[in-house]
Ligand binder design. Structure first.
Ligand code: 5GP
Length: 116
């Protein structure tokens, strides 16, 4: 892939852009959102370059399962287990701005339902 085609999140993985990283392993990376929408707002991304949930197939079963377990552990580590929301925006119509799959982990304020 051409260097210019890489998303901002890929550049964070490659350490070309700095981020407040809270977790990393060989499969995924979690860092604080630059424009937090809640007192705790962390993004969890796979290191594999998937653009969104639309790119997810059965081949990603292990990776996605692992990431769900990482979210659960992160929630404990961040002290938000009592209430948090996990969101992924898929496609421009859902508000996705960065075309690298990511899960928003939000906590620390009362969440509304339905979401906007
Ligand atoms: P989306 O709208 O695609 O679901 O979410 C993208 C998220 O990435 C937004 O919440 C936005 O604030 C965050 N974001 C965009 N650029 C950067 C960046 O350079 N660093 C960090 N930490 N977060 C970013």
């Amino acid at each position: 892939m051409n260097a210019d085609e890489r998303t901002i999140f890929k550049k964070i993985i490659d350490r070309e852009i700095s981020a407040d990283i809270v977790y990393e392993d060989e499969h995924c990376l979690a860092f604080r959102d630059i424009a937090p929408q809640a007192p705790t707002h962390v993004l969890l991304i796979p290191k594999r370059e998937l653009r969104s949930m639309d790119d997810v197939t059965d081949s990603e079963r292990e990776l996605l399962g692992h990431m769900m377990a990482v979210i659960s552990q992160l929630a404990r580590d961040l002290g938000i287990s009592e209430g948090y929301r996990v969101v992924t925006n898929c496609g421009a119509g859902a508000g996705q701005e960065v075309n690298h799959l990511h899960f928003h982990i939000l906590a620390g304020r009362k969440m509304q339902w339905p979401p906007g």
